[in-house]
Design a protein around this ligand. Structure first.
Ligand code: GPP
Ligand code: MG
Length: 287
């Protein structure tokens, strides 16, 4: 049987996003990844240990980097906690898999097969190399594919997650694809930044975030409309905003700050933006 792999980069916008990620080599991601070999492209949650800022000056930078990495890994653990009872025979999809951090954590936790898709060929190569290095290349695979149209078989996934990637896509389209991929009762977990419908439109701070990453943050309401339109029924919604602020405070004081820290802190503190975790189950209405 021939597998038809759809064209990956369809629009000029998608090409510009791919270019951003193909060129990305920020120390805030590389140096944190080097702490233990898990390379993340998402932010952190939880209180930071204040003692990292004290102690010997010459080792402070390393302590802060390790602490930022610990908070990012803690975020991925909270996401994976929501996937429920995944078994080694199940299959999971990481939509927008970056350098693979969350995919490797999922495989370690559940022992199952994980497929990561990304529109960055550099990220596919990097993450695939990590899979070799960890000896899990038979179970954790990364593909140069578009999460809007993955080409994977209908109903073949127990779980799908997106860890801060939905701001790059139309939510109705991407949830349509996830709904197609999930089996009945399969679970979708989303961690995202979204803007607040209550305070109104896109704030200046949110626009700065969009500009920084070539993305387009969606309003909170759009997530629930798009889930409902695609037979994805929310079971849990957690506002992680208060839990992510310490990460940004520590990052702002660190040597790897990129300049975007003040935009996140302003947006979160003024209430124009939330850091949200959404969990939804796929319900097949034909059953
Ligand atoms: C990048 O993570 C995350 C995004 C580009 C999505 C934007 C996220 C929102 C919550 C709005 P990264 O780890 O590559 O970013 P950085 O380089 O700043 O650490
Ligand atoms: Mg990062």
């Amino acid at each position: 049987m021939t597998t038809v792999v759809p064209r990956v980069l369809r629009t000029d916008y998608q090409k510009s996003v791919a270019t951003y990620w193909n060129l990305e080599q920020d120390p805030v991601n590389i140096r944190l990844g080097e702490v233990d070999g898990l390379y993340h492209h998402h932010y952190g949650i939880g209180e930071y240990d204040r003692s990292v800022l004290e102690g010997p000056e010459e080792t402070r930078d390393a302590r802060v980097i390790a602490e930022l990495h610990r908070l990012e890994t803690a975020q991925a653990d909270v996401l994976l906690d929501q996937l429920g009872g995944v078994t080694p025979d199940d299959r999971l999809l990481d939509g927008g898999s970056g350098r693979g951090g969350t995919s490797f954590m999922a495989n370690r936790r559940f022992g199952c097969r994980v497929d990561g898709v990304t529109i960055s060929e550099k990220q596919v190569a990097f993450a695939s190399e990590q899979a070799q290095r960890w000896g899990v290349a038979d179970k954790v695979r990364f593909h140069f594919r578009n999460m809007l149209d993955t080409g994977f078989e209908t109903g073949s996934f127990r779980g799908v997650w997106t860890n801060e990637t939905t701001m790059y896509v139309n939510l109705f389209d991407v949830f349509g694809e996830f709904s197609r991929l999930l089996e009945h009762g399969g679970r979708y977990v989303c961690v995202t930044g979204c803007y607040n419908d209550v305070t109104g439109g896109r704030s200046k701070a949110v626009s700065q975030i969009d500009e920084r990453y070539t993305c387009s943050v969606h309003p909170r309401s759009e997530y629930f409309k798009a889930l409902a339109a695609n037979n994805l029924v929310p079971i849990n919604v957690i506002d992680l905003t208060a839990q992510t602020i310490p990460y940004w405070e520590l990052r702002a004081k660190s040597s790897v700050a990129t300049g975007v820290e003040e935009s996140f802190l302003t947006a979160y503190r003024e209430g124009s933006f939330h850091y949200l975790l959404i969990v939804a189950d796929r319900v097949d209405s034909r059953l």
